[in-house]
Design a protein around this ligand. Structure first.
Ligand code: IFM
Length: 443
Protein backbone atom coordinates (compact mmCIF):
# COMPACT_ATOMS: atom_id res chain seq x y z
CA UNK A 1 0.00 0.00 0.00
CA UNK A 2 2.89 2.57 -0.05
CA UNK A 3 0.62 5.55 0.64
CA UNK A 4 -0.49 7.13 3.87
CA UNK A 5 -4.11 5.94 3.83
CA UNK A 6 -3.05 3.86 6.83
CA UNK A 7 -3.48 7.09 8.84
CA UNK A 8 -7.23 6.65 8.55
CA UNK A 9 -7.10 3.38 10.46
CA UNK A 10 -5.69 5.11 13.57
CA UNK A 11 -7.86 5.87 16.62
CA UNK A 12 -9.58 9.27 16.43
CA UNK A 13 -7.64 10.64 19.42
CA UNK A 14 -4.24 9.65 18.03
CA UNK A 15 -2.13 12.77 17.46
CA UNK A 16 -0.30 13.36 14.19
CA UNK A 17 2.12 16.28 14.28
CA UNK A 18 5.32 17.59 12.84
CA UNK A 19 8.49 18.74 14.60
CA UNK A 20 11.27 21.33 14.37
CA UNK A 21 13.85 22.84 16.72
CA UNK A 22 14.87 26.40 17.50
CA UNK A 23 18.46 26.55 16.25
CA UNK A 24 17.63 24.58 13.10
CA UNK A 25 14.96 26.99 11.85
CA UNK A 26 14.60 30.29 13.76
CA UNK A 27 17.76 32.14 12.74
CA UNK A 28 19.95 33.09 15.68
CA UNK A 29 20.79 36.47 14.08
CA UNK A 30 17.27 37.75 14.66
CA UNK A 31 15.62 39.27 17.72
CA UNK A 32 18.69 39.89 19.90
CA UNK A 33 19.17 36.18 20.42
CA UNK A 34 22.32 35.34 22.38
CA UNK A 35 25.07 33.19 20.83
CA UNK A 36 25.07 29.47 21.45
CA UNK A 37 27.91 26.97 21.26
CA UNK A 38 26.63 26.01 17.80
CA UNK A 39 27.34 29.52 16.53
CA UNK A 40 30.92 29.31 17.76
CA UNK A 41 31.44 25.64 16.78
CA UNK A 42 30.40 26.41 13.18
CA UNK A 43 33.06 29.12 13.01
CA UNK A 44 35.88 26.64 13.64
CA UNK A 45 37.39 25.06 10.52
CA UNK A 46 35.80 21.87 9.17
CA UNK A 47 33.13 21.46 11.83
CA UNK A 48 30.06 22.01 9.68
CA UNK A 49 29.42 21.62 5.95
CA UNK A 50 30.95 24.70 4.24
CA UNK A 51 31.13 26.30 7.72
CA UNK A 52 27.38 26.89 7.60
CA UNK A 53 25.56 27.91 10.79
CA UNK A 54 22.05 28.62 12.03
CA UNK A 55 22.38 32.44 11.86
CA UNK A 56 19.58 32.70 9.30
CA UNK A 57 18.42 29.10 8.93
CA UNK A 58 14.76 29.20 7.75
CA UNK A 59 14.20 32.74 9.10
CA UNK A 60 11.33 31.22 11.05
CA UNK A 61 11.68 34.09 13.53
CA UNK A 62 10.21 36.26 10.73
CA UNK A 63 8.10 33.66 8.97
CA UNK A 64 6.54 31.79 11.90
CA UNK A 65 2.98 32.71 10.85
CA UNK A 66 3.41 31.17 7.41
CA UNK A 67 5.09 28.14 8.98
CA UNK A 68 2.25 27.53 11.44
CA UNK A 69 -0.17 27.75 8.50
CA UNK A 70 1.86 25.02 6.81
CA UNK A 71 1.46 22.81 9.89
CA UNK A 72 -2.25 23.51 10.16
CA UNK A 73 -3.08 23.29 6.46
CA UNK A 74 -1.42 19.91 6.23
CA UNK A 75 -3.96 18.64 8.74
CA UNK A 76 -1.65 18.08 11.71
CA UNK A 77 -3.13 18.64 15.15
CA UNK A 78 0.14 19.22 17.02
CA UNK A 79 3.40 21.05 16.57
CA UNK A 80 6.61 20.07 18.34
CA UNK A 81 9.07 22.95 18.70
CA UNK A 82 11.85 23.95 21.09
CA UNK A 83 12.60 27.06 23.09
CA UNK A 84 15.99 28.59 22.51
CA UNK A 85 17.74 29.13 25.84
CA UNK A 86 20.00 31.96 24.50
CA UNK A 87 17.01 33.67 22.84
CA UNK A 88 15.34 34.24 26.21
CA UNK A 89 18.50 34.40 28.35
CA UNK A 90 21.30 35.61 26.05
CA UNK A 91 23.93 35.01 28.72
CA UNK A 92 22.40 31.78 29.91
CA UNK A 93 21.33 33.34 33.18
CA UNK A 94 20.35 36.70 34.59
CA UNK A 95 19.44 39.24 31.96
CA UNK A 96 16.18 38.44 30.12
CA UNK A 97 15.65 39.23 26.42
CA UNK A 98 12.05 40.41 26.27
CA UNK A 99 12.02 40.15 22.47
CA UNK A 100 12.71 36.45 22.89
CA UNK A 101 9.85 36.02 25.35
CA UNK A 102 7.50 37.92 23.07
CA UNK A 103 8.48 35.70 20.12
CA UNK A 104 7.41 32.54 21.99
CA UNK A 105 4.35 34.34 23.26
CA UNK A 106 3.19 35.00 19.69
CA UNK A 107 4.24 31.55 18.52
CA UNK A 108 2.23 29.83 21.25
CA UNK A 109 -0.82 31.99 20.72
CA UNK A 110 -0.48 31.27 17.01
CA UNK A 111 -0.58 27.54 17.71
CA UNK A 112 -3.58 27.82 19.99
CA UNK A 113 -5.50 30.01 17.54
CA UNK A 114 -4.98 27.29 14.96
CA UNK A 115 -5.92 24.58 17.46
CA UNK A 116 -2.47 23.02 17.27
CA UNK A 117 -1.33 21.31 20.45
CA UNK A 118 1.99 22.83 21.52
CA UNK A 119 4.58 20.14 22.36
CA UNK A 120 7.43 22.23 23.78
CA UNK A 121 11.04 21.16 24.37
CA UNK A 122 13.33 23.08 26.70
CA UNK A 123 16.69 22.04 25.26
CA UNK A 124 17.43 21.07 21.68
CA UNK A 125 21.17 21.74 21.84
CA UNK A 126 21.55 25.54 21.65
CA UNK A 127 23.58 25.99 24.83
CA UNK A 128 24.31 29.67 25.63
CA UNK A 129 27.93 30.43 24.79
CA UNK A 130 28.66 31.91 28.21
CA UNK A 131 27.82 28.62 29.88
CA UNK A 132 29.63 26.63 27.20
CA UNK A 133 32.78 28.60 27.91
CA UNK A 134 32.54 27.57 31.55
CA UNK A 135 32.57 23.89 30.58
CA UNK A 136 29.01 23.45 29.32
CA UNK A 137 27.63 20.05 30.27
CA UNK A 138 30.88 19.12 31.99
CA UNK A 139 30.18 21.73 34.66
CA UNK A 140 27.97 20.81 37.62
CA UNK A 141 26.54 24.37 37.64
CA UNK A 142 24.97 24.09 34.18
CA UNK A 143 22.03 21.95 35.40
CA UNK A 144 21.32 24.60 38.06
CA UNK A 145 21.15 27.33 35.43
CA UNK A 146 19.01 25.04 33.31
CA UNK A 147 16.56 24.82 36.22
CA UNK A 148 16.39 28.65 36.40
CA UNK A 149 15.79 28.84 32.65
CA UNK A 150 13.06 26.20 33.01
CA UNK A 151 11.42 28.33 35.67
CA UNK A 152 11.35 31.33 33.33
CA UNK A 153 9.79 29.27 30.53
CA UNK A 154 7.21 27.65 32.80
CA UNK A 155 6.24 30.98 34.38
CA UNK A 156 5.63 32.58 31.01
CA UNK A 157 4.36 29.71 28.91
CA UNK A 158 3.65 26.67 31.09
CA UNK A 159 -0.13 27.03 31.03
CA UNK A 160 -0.18 27.09 27.21
CA UNK A 161 1.94 23.96 26.71
CA UNK A 162 0.12 20.71 26.00
CA UNK A 163 3.29 18.90 26.93
CA UNK A 164 6.83 19.77 27.93
CA UNK A 165 10.03 17.80 27.28
CA UNK A 166 13.17 18.61 29.24
CA UNK A 167 15.97 17.48 26.91
CA UNK A 168 15.93 16.39 23.30
CA UNK A 169 18.24 13.40 22.66
CA UNK A 170 20.60 13.53 25.64
CA UNK A 171 22.89 11.00 23.92
CA UNK A 172 23.59 13.53 21.15
CA UNK A 173 24.01 16.41 23.59
CA UNK A 174 26.60 14.39 25.53
CA UNK A 175 28.27 11.36 23.89
CA UNK A 176 28.11 12.58 20.28
CA UNK A 177 29.29 16.04 21.33
CA UNK A 178 31.92 15.29 23.99
CA UNK A 179 33.23 11.86 22.96
CA UNK A 180 32.67 11.64 19.18
CA UNK A 181 33.33 15.35 18.61
CA UNK A 182 30.69 15.53 15.88
CA UNK A 183 28.48 18.13 17.53
CA UNK A 184 29.28 21.28 19.55
CA UNK A 185 31.51 21.62 21.48
CA UNK A 186 33.37 19.02 19.39
CA UNK A 187 35.40 17.34 22.14
CA UNK A 188 36.87 13.86 21.86
CA UNK A 189 37.43 13.21 25.51
CA UNK A 190 36.14 10.27 27.52
CA UNK A 191 36.33 12.12 30.81
CA UNK A 192 34.28 15.07 29.50
CA UNK A 193 31.84 12.64 27.90
CA UNK A 194 31.29 10.77 31.17
CA UNK A 195 30.55 14.01 33.00
CA UNK A 196 28.25 15.35 30.30
CA UNK A 197 26.32 12.04 30.17
CA UNK A 198 25.55 12.52 33.87
CA UNK A 199 25.00 16.28 34.02
CA UNK A 200 22.63 16.33 31.06
CA UNK A 201 20.47 13.86 32.99
CA UNK A 202 20.82 15.88 36.17
CA UNK A 203 19.54 18.89 34.18
CA UNK A 204 16.52 16.77 33.22
CA UNK A 205 15.90 15.92 36.88
CA UNK A 206 16.26 19.48 38.12
CA UNK A 207 14.02 20.82 35.35
CA UNK A 208 11.36 18.24 36.25
CA UNK A 209 11.31 19.51 39.83
CA UNK A 210 10.69 23.03 38.53
CA UNK A 211 8.02 21.85 36.09
CA UNK A 212 6.22 20.09 38.96
CA UNK A 213 6.44 23.23 41.09
CA UNK A 214 4.41 24.91 38.33
CA UNK A 215 1.93 22.08 38.55
CA UNK A 216 2.42 20.92 34.97
CA UNK A 217 1.27 17.34 34.56
CA UNK A 218 2.46 16.36 31.12
CA UNK A 219 6.25 16.29 31.30
CA UNK A 220 8.73 13.90 29.74
CA UNK A 221 12.08 13.53 28.02
CA UNK A 222 12.88 12.66 24.40
CA UNK A 223 15.41 9.89 23.74
CA UNK A 224 16.91 8.98 20.40
CA UNK A 225 16.94 5.24 20.06
CA UNK A 226 19.03 3.05 17.86
CA UNK A 227 18.13 -0.59 17.43
CA UNK A 228 21.52 -2.14 18.13
CA UNK A 229 22.68 -5.36 16.52
CA UNK A 230 26.00 -7.05 16.16
CA UNK A 231 27.77 -7.68 12.86
CA UNK A 232 27.79 -11.43 13.48
CA UNK A 233 27.72 -13.81 16.38
CA UNK A 234 31.39 -13.48 17.21
CA UNK A 235 31.88 -13.14 20.98
CA UNK A 236 33.92 -9.92 20.82
CA UNK A 237 31.36 -8.35 18.50
CA UNK A 238 28.62 -9.30 20.94
CA UNK A 239 30.43 -7.63 23.83
CA UNK A 240 31.02 -4.54 21.69
CA UNK A 241 27.34 -4.38 20.73
CA UNK A 242 26.34 -4.72 24.36
CA UNK A 243 28.57 -1.81 25.32
CA UNK A 244 27.27 0.32 22.46
CA UNK A 245 23.69 -0.47 23.45
CA UNK A 246 24.43 0.48 27.05
CA UNK A 247 25.97 3.81 26.04
CA UNK A 248 23.31 4.72 23.52
CA UNK A 249 20.16 3.30 25.10
CA UNK A 250 20.46 1.84 28.60
CA UNK A 251 22.49 4.63 30.18
CA UNK A 252 19.46 6.91 29.79
CA UNK A 253 16.63 4.37 30.20
CA UNK A 254 18.15 2.74 33.22
CA UNK A 255 18.88 6.06 35.00
CA UNK A 256 15.41 7.43 34.29
CA UNK A 257 13.38 4.31 34.98
CA UNK A 258 15.53 2.43 37.51
CA UNK A 259 17.70 5.12 39.10
CA UNK A 260 20.95 3.35 38.22
CA UNK A 261 23.58 3.29 35.50
CA UNK A 262 24.61 0.15 33.56
CA UNK A 263 27.68 -1.52 35.03
CA UNK A 264 29.63 -1.88 31.76
CA UNK A 265 29.49 1.87 31.17
CA UNK A 266 30.38 2.68 34.77
CA UNK A 267 33.41 0.39 34.33
CA UNK A 268 34.37 2.29 31.19
CA UNK A 269 33.97 5.69 32.84
CA UNK A 270 35.78 4.67 36.05
CA UNK A 271 37.09 7.76 37.85
CA UNK A 272 35.59 10.14 35.25
CA UNK A 273 32.06 9.95 36.55
CA UNK A 274 31.27 13.00 38.74
CA UNK A 275 31.66 12.65 42.49
CA UNK A 276 28.48 11.85 44.38
CA UNK A 277 26.68 10.95 41.19
CA UNK A 278 24.60 8.40 43.07
CA UNK A 279 22.85 11.16 45.01
CA UNK A 280 21.68 12.80 41.78
CA UNK A 281 20.02 9.63 40.53
CA UNK A 282 17.05 10.26 42.78
CA UNK A 283 16.22 13.50 40.93
CA UNK A 284 16.96 11.85 37.58
CA UNK A 285 14.57 8.96 38.23
CA UNK A 286 11.53 10.98 39.33
CA UNK A 287 8.43 9.79 37.56
CA UNK A 288 7.63 11.26 34.18
CA UNK A 289 4.26 11.39 32.46
CA UNK A 290 5.42 10.13 29.08
CA UNK A 291 8.50 9.12 27.16
CA UNK A 292 9.40 10.44 23.72
CA UNK A 293 11.13 8.24 21.16
CA UNK A 294 13.05 9.58 18.16
CA UNK A 295 13.79 6.80 15.73
CA UNK A 296 15.73 6.85 12.47
CA UNK A 297 17.79 3.68 11.96
CA UNK A 298 19.65 0.75 13.44
CA UNK A 299 23.28 0.47 14.55
CA UNK A 300 25.42 -2.51 13.52
CA UNK A 301 28.38 -2.85 15.84
CA UNK A 302 31.76 -4.50 15.37
CA UNK A 303 34.70 -4.93 17.76
CA UNK A 304 37.71 -2.86 16.74
CA UNK A 305 40.65 -2.69 19.10
CA UNK A 306 42.10 0.33 17.29
CA UNK A 307 39.33 2.57 18.63
CA UNK A 308 40.41 4.31 21.81
CA UNK A 309 38.50 3.56 25.03
CA UNK A 310 35.55 1.72 23.56
CA UNK A 311 37.12 -0.70 21.04
CA UNK A 312 34.17 -0.67 18.69
CA UNK A 313 32.92 0.82 15.44
CA UNK A 314 29.63 1.03 13.57
CA UNK A 315 29.61 -0.78 10.23
CA UNK A 316 27.57 -0.19 7.09
CA UNK A 317 24.59 -2.50 6.64
CA UNK A 318 23.16 -3.91 3.39
CA UNK A 319 19.74 -2.19 3.45
CA UNK A 320 18.58 0.76 1.36
CA UNK A 321 19.82 4.04 2.82
CA UNK A 322 18.61 7.61 3.21
CA UNK A 323 20.71 10.59 2.14
CA UNK A 324 22.31 10.50 5.60
CA UNK A 325 23.62 7.02 4.75
CA UNK A 326 21.28 5.59 7.41
CA UNK A 327 19.70 2.23 6.68
CA UNK A 328 15.92 2.20 6.39
CA UNK A 329 14.85 -0.32 9.01
CA UNK A 330 11.25 0.28 10.16
CA UNK A 331 11.20 -2.96 12.17
CA UNK A 332 13.68 -1.37 14.56
CA UNK A 333 11.02 1.04 15.81
CA UNK A 334 8.84 -1.80 17.07
CA UNK A 335 11.80 -3.73 18.37
CA UNK A 336 13.20 -0.93 20.51
CA UNK A 337 9.83 0.03 21.96
CA UNK A 338 8.95 -3.55 22.82
CA UNK A 339 12.33 -4.17 24.35
CA UNK A 340 12.11 -1.00 26.50
CA UNK A 341 8.67 -1.96 27.72
CA UNK A 342 9.91 -5.41 28.68
CA UNK A 343 13.18 -4.35 30.24
CA UNK A 344 11.81 -1.45 32.28
CA UNK A 345 8.19 -2.61 32.78
CA UNK A 346 7.09 0.64 31.15
CA UNK A 347 3.46 1.58 31.38
CA UNK A 348 3.44 5.28 30.57
CA UNK A 349 2.27 6.91 27.33
CA UNK A 350 4.78 6.85 24.48
CA UNK A 351 5.13 9.60 21.89
CA UNK A 352 7.03 9.08 18.65
CA UNK A 353 8.52 12.56 18.77
CA UNK A 354 10.65 12.28 15.61
CA UNK A 355 10.85 10.06 12.57
CA UNK A 356 11.74 10.95 9.01
CA UNK A 357 14.40 10.86 6.33
CA UNK A 358 16.83 13.07 4.46
CA UNK A 359 16.42 12.77 0.73
CA UNK A 360 18.00 14.25 -2.39
CA UNK A 361 14.87 16.16 -3.33
CA UNK A 362 14.70 17.84 -6.69
CA UNK A 363 12.31 20.53 -7.83
CA UNK A 364 10.88 19.72 -11.27
CA UNK A 365 8.22 22.03 -12.70
CA UNK A 366 7.76 23.56 -9.27
CA UNK A 367 6.87 20.24 -7.67
CA UNK A 368 8.95 17.94 -5.54
CA UNK A 369 8.11 14.32 -5.91
CA UNK A 370 9.70 12.83 -2.80
CA UNK A 371 8.08 9.43 -3.16
CA UNK A 372 10.99 7.83 -1.24
CA UNK A 373 9.99 9.89 1.80
CA UNK A 374 6.34 8.85 1.45
CA UNK A 375 7.48 5.22 1.44
CA UNK A 376 9.62 5.84 4.52
CA UNK A 377 6.74 7.43 6.41
CA UNK A 378 4.35 4.70 5.37
CA UNK A 379 6.64 1.90 6.55
CA UNK A 380 7.22 3.50 9.96
CA UNK A 381 3.62 4.57 10.56
CA UNK A 382 2.72 0.99 9.72
CA UNK A 383 4.98 -0.18 12.58
CA UNK A 384 3.23 2.24 14.93
CA UNK A 385 -0.11 0.79 13.90
CA UNK A 386 1.12 -2.74 14.63
CA UNK A 387 2.19 -1.60 18.11
CA UNK A 388 -1.18 0.03 18.72
CA UNK A 389 -2.85 -3.21 17.70
CA UNK A 390 -0.79 -4.88 20.44
CA UNK A 391 -2.25 -2.32 22.90
CA UNK A 392 1.03 -0.48 23.35
CA UNK A 393 0.09 3.04 24.52
CA UNK A 394 1.50 5.16 21.70
CA UNK A 395 -0.24 8.52 21.68
CA UNK A 396 1.36 10.48 18.87
CA UNK A 397 3.61 10.44 15.83
CA UNK A 398 5.64 13.48 14.71
CA UNK A 399 7.17 13.73 11.26
CA UNK A 400 10.69 15.17 11.27
CA UNK A 401 10.67 17.75 9.93
CA UNK A 402 8.24 20.46 8.86
CA UNK A 403 10.95 22.31 6.91
CA UNK A 404 14.29 21.59 5.30
CA UNK A 405 16.61 23.12 7.87
CA UNK A 406 20.08 23.38 9.41
CA UNK A 407 21.09 19.73 9.84
CA UNK A 408 23.88 20.42 12.36
CA UNK A 409 27.31 19.30 11.11
CA UNK A 410 25.76 18.70 7.67
CA UNK A 411 24.63 22.32 7.40
CA UNK A 412 21.97 22.81 4.73
CA UNK A 413 23.19 19.87 2.63
CA UNK A 414 20.61 17.40 3.96
CA UNK A 415 16.90 17.90 3.44
CA UNK A 416 14.47 16.36 5.92
CA UNK A 417 11.45 18.63 5.31
CA UNK A 418 7.89 17.96 4.25
CA UNK A 419 8.28 21.47 2.90
CA UNK A 420 11.18 22.50 0.67
CA UNK A 421 13.03 25.67 1.66
CA UNK A 422 15.00 27.72 -0.83
CA UNK A 423 17.67 29.11 1.48
CA UNK A 424 18.41 32.04 -0.88
CA UNK A 425 14.83 33.34 -1.08
CA UNK A 426 13.25 31.64 1.95
CA UNK A 427 10.43 30.47 -0.32
CA UNK A 428 8.61 27.44 1.06
CA UNK A 429 7.28 24.79 -1.34
CA UNK A 430 5.32 21.84 0.05
CA UNK A 431 6.64 18.52 -1.23
CA UNK A 432 4.53 15.59 -2.38
CA UNK A 433 4.93 14.06 1.10
CA UNK A 434 3.22 17.16 2.61
CA UNK A 435 0.29 16.74 0.20
CA UNK A 436 0.20 13.02 0.97
CA UNK A 437 -0.19 13.66 4.71
CA UNK A 438 -2.75 16.34 3.94
CA UNK A 439 -4.89 14.08 1.79
CA UNK A 440 -5.41 11.65 4.67
CA UNK A 441 -5.25 13.94 7.69
CA UNK A 442 -7.88 16.30 6.31
CA UNK A 443 -10.23 13.53 5.22
O1 IFM B 1 17.82 17.08 12.77
C1 IFM B 1 17.95 16.16 13.79
C2 IFM B 1 17.24 16.66 15.03
O2 IFM B 1 17.75 17.88 15.46
C3 IFM B 1 17.39 15.67 16.17
N1 IFM B 1 17.02 14.35 15.74
C4 IFM B 1 17.57 13.84 14.53
C5 IFM B 1 17.34 14.83 13.40
C6 IFM B 1 17.93 14.29 12.09
O3 IFM B 1 19.30 14.10 12.21
Amino acid sequence: MDNLSIINSFPKDFIFGTATSSYQIEGSNYGNCGRSHWDSFAKKPNKTYRSQDGGVACAHYLKWNEDLDLVKNCGFSAYRFSFSWPRVLPEGKGLINNEGLSFYDKLLDGMLERELKPFGTLYHWDLPINLAEKGGWVNRDTPKYFADYTDLVMKNFGDRLYSIATINEPWCASWLSYYCGEHAPGLKDLSAAAKSMHFILLAHGKALEVIRSHNHKNAGIVLNKAYVTTKDDNEQNNIAAELYNSIHNDWFDSAIFNGEYPKNVLDLFKEHIPENYQKDLEAISQSIDWIGINYYTRAIVEHDKKIKDINLVLTKGPLKKTDMGWEIFPDGLSKIIQSMIKKYSLNIPIHITENGMANKDEIAKETINDHERIGFYYSHINEVKKLLDKKIPIKSYFAWSLLDNFEWAFGYSKRFGLVHVDFETQIRTPKKSWYEFQSYLLK
